[in-house]
Design a protein. Structure first.
Length: 371
C-alpha cells in the first residue's frame, strides 16, 4: 500500500508541480491576404490623394480559390506566467524536435505577470502594424506625413543631456552638409543608415515653441546594423492617407511586420502577388522598410511547413539560426528590406524561387544579433 501511495503521489506531482522551464513550439499561421468569417485580415478604405478617388483594392482571397497565400507565422508557448509547465509537458517537449525548452528565469523576470506579457505583446503588435503601414505605403509611392517626437536619449550616447522629452525633430544635417527634412517616420532611420559611427549630425528641433540646433556625435547600433544611431528614442505621430485595420486577435509581438506590409501591398496592387504559391515569412520591419531580426524562427519554420507553405522569407539577421534547421520541403529566402521581400515573392510567383539568396554557412558564422 505504501508503494501505491508513493506512485500516486508521483503521478499527482507530475501533473501539478510547476517546472522551471518555458516551451516554445510552432504556433498557428495566418494568411494576411485572406479573410475569416467574411472579414478580411487587412481592411483598407479611404481616398487616394493623387486621384481623389476611393482607393482601389484587390479582392480578398478565400481558401481554395487557387490564389496564393502570404502567411504570417507565430510561436506558441507553454509554461509562461500564469500557465506554468508540468513534468509531463516538459517530457513531451524534450521528445519533440520542433520545440525549444528554455529556463524560466531566462525567459521572464520573476515578478512578471501574464497581464504584463499580454500588454507588452499587444503594444509590440500595434507598433508592427504602424511600421508595416508606413513602409508599405511608401513602397507604393505614397506620401505618409509624420511628426517625430523625442521621448528620451539612449543612456551613454552623446544625445544624453542634449535632447529633451517633447522635442520635435525638424531636420537632420549630415556631415556632407545636406539638410534632410524630417517629414515622415522613415527619414531619421534611412538617413542614419548612411552616416558613419562617430560623425557629427546637426539635429534641428522645435523646443517650447522655439527652434534649436543640437550637434550630436553618432554611436554604433546593434551588431550587423548599417550606419550609426543618433542615440534618441522617437515616437511617431503618423498621418495615414487611408484607413488600414488588421483584424487579428490574441496574437502579440513585433515579428509579423514584414508580412503585414506584403499583405497591404498585395491588397493595393492588381493581381495575386504570390502567384498561387503558399509563402510564409517573418521579420519585424522598420518605418524605413528594413527587415529586422526576431525570435523563435525555428519554430516558425516548422509552423509554416505544417500549414502547407513551400517557401519562407527569413530576416538576413536570423540566418545563423536558420542554417542547419530548415525543415524538409521548405525553401528559405533571406531578405533584408521590404524591397527584397516583394522581389522575392514576385520571383517565387514566376517560378524562379531557386535563384533567390538563402542563408548559408558563412551567414551562420557571422553570428548576427537577434531580438
Amino acid at each position: 500500500m505504501a508503494g501505491m501511495a508513493v506512485l500516486a503521489a508521483a503521478l499527482i506531482a507530475s501533473f501539478t508541480v510547476p517546472m522551471p522551464y518555458v516551451v516554445e513550439g510552432p504556433g498557428p499561421t495566418f494568411d494576411v491576404t485572406g479573410s475569416s468569417d467574411g472579414t478580411p485580415m487587412i481592411e483598407i478604405s479611404g481616398t487616394d490623394p493623387s486621384t481623389g478617388q476611393a482607393v482601389s483594392l484587390d479582392p480578398v482571397r478565400t481558401a481554395g480559390d487557387g490564389t496564393g497565400e502570404l502567411r504570417m507565422v507565430t510561436v506558441s508557448e507553454q509554461g509562461g506566467p500564469g500557465q506554468r509547465l508540468n513534468l509531463v509537458q516538459l517530457i513531451e517537449a524534450r521528445l519533440d524536435r520542433r520545440d525549444v525548452v528554455v529556463p524560466y528565469d531566462e525567459a521572464y523576470p520573476g515578478d512578471v505577470t501574464q497581464e504584463d506579457v499580454t500588454r507588452a505583446g499587444q503594444a509590440q503588435m500595434e507598433s508592427s502594424q504602424s511600421t508595416a503601414e508606413v513602409s508599405a505605403l511608401e513602397y507604393l509611392g505614397w506620401d505618409v506625413p509624420a511628426t517625430m517626437t523625442v521621448e528620451g536619449a539612449v543612456a551613454g550616447s552623446d544625445a544624453e543631456g542634449k535632447v529633451q522629452q517633447g522635442d520635435v525633430l525638424v531636420s537632420l544635417t549630415t556631415p556632407d552638409g545636406q539638410v534632410h527634412a524630417v517629414d515622415s517616420a522613415s527619414v531619421p532611420f534611412s538617413v542614419m543608415r548612411d552616416v558613419p559611427v562617430g560623425s557629427t549630425v546637426l539635429a534641428t528641433m522645435t523646443r517650447d515653441g522655439e527652434q534649436v540646433a543640437v550637434p550630436i556625435v553618432t554611436s554604433a547600433g546593434d551588431d550587423g546594423s548599417q550606419g550609426s544611431k543618433l542615440g534618441v528614442y522617437l515616437s511617431a505621430d503618423v498621418d495615414l492617407p487611408v484607413d488600414i485595420t488588421v483584424n487579428l486577435e490574441k496574437v502579440g509581438g513585433p515579428s509579423a511586420g514584414t508580412m503585414f506590409a506584403l499583405g497591404i501591398i498585395d491588397r493595393m496592387t492588381p493581381g495575386d502577388l504570390a502567384g498561387g504559391q503558399s509563402i510564409a515569412g517573418t521579420g519585424a520591419i522598420g518605418y524605413d522598410g528594413q527587415v529586422q531580426a526576431i525570435g523563435g524562427i525555428r519554430q516558425k519554420m516548422w509552423g509554416a511547413v505544417r500549414d502547407g507553405a513551400a517557401w519562407f522569407l527569413a530576416p538576413s539577421a536570423n540566418c545563423d539560426e536558420v542554417v542547419g534547421h530548415v525543415p524538409d520541403g521548405l525553401g528559405v529566402v533571406k531578405v533584408s528590406t521590404l524591397d527584397d521581400a516583394v522581389s522575392a515573392v514576385k520571383a517565387i510567383a514566376a517560378g524562379q524561387g531557386d535563384t533567390l539568396p538563402t542563408c548559408t554557412a558563412s551567414d551562420a558564422q557571422s553570428g548576427s544579433a537577434k531580438s
